[in-house]
Design a protein around this ligand. Structure first.
Ligand SMILES: *Cc1c(COP(=O)(O)O)cnc(C)c1O
Length: 399
């Protein structure tokens, strides 16, 4: 069967929830992936930031093989060695004291939202359950995380939304100050908005948010599902902004492409979850946690994050050079290896043209080309991207 047969079968047998690209990727090594016709691509999507160590990583493969031979799954009725070790590494290298493991970003955010509600409930503040989020944010597709997500298009048709979410304009500290009330349990923010278009908050904004939360006695929760695990050149993006949250969520890259999410918190907050309050059958199971442990050790190994920062800066400077040459680029945005160019036109056609040249990039928020390569991307691979972009933009927009 060729890829066309599979594409037809997909239409017949799989829910039509995705506007899928008409190729089927079957293998990969590092930043390269190969489709079912043997065509090679350079991957600047990396499973939407879920493959920080790239594809076909032998260390991850061996870890999974060895763990699978010992034990794939038990249940959180038992102590799980790699889960405990992963929790230790994540908390020792962050603001957090405790970790809870689940299977996705949405689930990690659900956990955070439940934790915020429970934290104030435990203090007798039963009306304090509102969570404030920002316009343009993305927090997931479950009912509560949809209600948290600051984009009405995703909620359409799924009304009524879960109660208790308030949205304020992105980067507007006065609007947030006005919105915070005695009912506010938490402010939930992506340090850099990913799906919303790689939006970096204005200088000083997150620090002011931290101050507002402290003043109001509510929690600051950071959704680092996309920005975490080294993506910005720091282990966690909040380190770029000189603040610490009370709660943080992780997923995407945390286990190198194996499904996993995590909710991290300080002891003070985490203690509101006691036996029976929150759970997940697969969360932090031996297989996923062993991969998470391997990935965390790699990212924390000597020189890894410094290399992410260096290649991130290089990608940034190459994109800036393109922006100075091509009128059609409105802005270059991002930190580390989470970078984007905002175009003065829709980006979908450009994405298809780049794909024809063997480059996989993602378009989000209609006009934004988002670059989320594996964190092991090389300067030469970045040069291939920017050369192809240069060529394509010259044809599309005129230099
Ligand atoms: C992708 C993403 C999510 C949702 O993660 P899933 O694993 O798809 O549930 C939540 N928040 C942010 C910031 C994301 O980028």
């Amino acid at each position: 069967m060729g890829s066309d047969d599979f594409i037809a079968m997909n239409r017949e047998y799989v829910f039509n929830t995705y506007g899928r690209i008409p190729i089927m990727l079957v293998e990969g090594t590092g930043c390269k992936v190969v489709d079912s016709n043997g065509r090679e691509y350079l991957d600047f999507i990396a499973g939407l930031a879920a493959c920080p160590l790239g594809h076909g990583h032998l260390g991850i493969a061996e870890t999974l093989y060895n763990q699978a031979r010992r034990l794939i799954h038990v249940s959180n009725l038992f102590h799980i060695e790699p889960q405990i070790q992963l929790a230790k590494i994540l908390t020792e290298n962050s603001f957090a004291d405790k970790a809870f493991f689940c299977n996705s970003g949405a689930e990690a955010n659900e956990g955070a939202i439940k934790l915020a509600r429970k934290f104030f409930h435990d203090r007798g503040e039963h009306d304090r359950y509102h969570v404030i989020t920002l316009d343009g944010s993305f927090h997931g597709r479950t009912l509560a995380t949809l209600a948290a997500t600051g984009q009405t298009k995703y909620r359409k048709g799924f009304e009524p939304p879960v109660e208790g979410f308030v949205h304020v304009p992105f980067g507007d500290i006065r609007a947030l100050e006005t919105a915070i009330s005695a009912q506010t349990a938490a402010v939930l923010i992506e340090p850099i908005q990913g799906e919303g278009g790689v939006n970096v908050p204005p200088e000083g904004y997150l620090r002011e948010v931290r101050d507002l939360c402290d003043g109001a006695g509510c929690l600051l929760m950071l959704d680092e599902v996309q920005t975490g695990m080294g993506r910005t050149g720091k282990l966690f993006a909040y380190e770029n902004f000189g603040i610490q949250p009370d709660v943080m969520t992780l997923a995407k890259g945390i286990a190198g492409g194996v499904p996993m999410g995590a909710t991290l918190a300080t002891d003070k907050v985490a203690q509101s979850f006691v036996p029976g309050t929150h759970a997940s059958t697969f969360g932090g199971n031996p297989l996923a946690a062993s991969a998470g442990l391997f990935v965390a050790n790699e990212i924390l190994s000597e020189g890894f994050l410094a290399r992410v920062k260096a290649t991130g800066d290089y990608l940034r400077s190459q994109l800036e050079t393109l922006a100075s040459k091509h009128e059609i680029i409105r802005e270059v945005r991002g930190i580390g290896l989470m970078q984007a160019i905002d175009l003065k036109m829709p980006g979908a056609d450009l994405v298809a043209t780049l794909r024809d040249q063997g480059l996989l990039v993602n378009c989000t928020a209609d006009t934004v080309l988002r670059f989320l390569p594996p964190l092991i991307v090389t300067k030469e691979e970045i040069d291939s991207l920017t050369a192809a972009l240069d060529k394509t933009l010259t044809k599309t927009g005129g230099a």
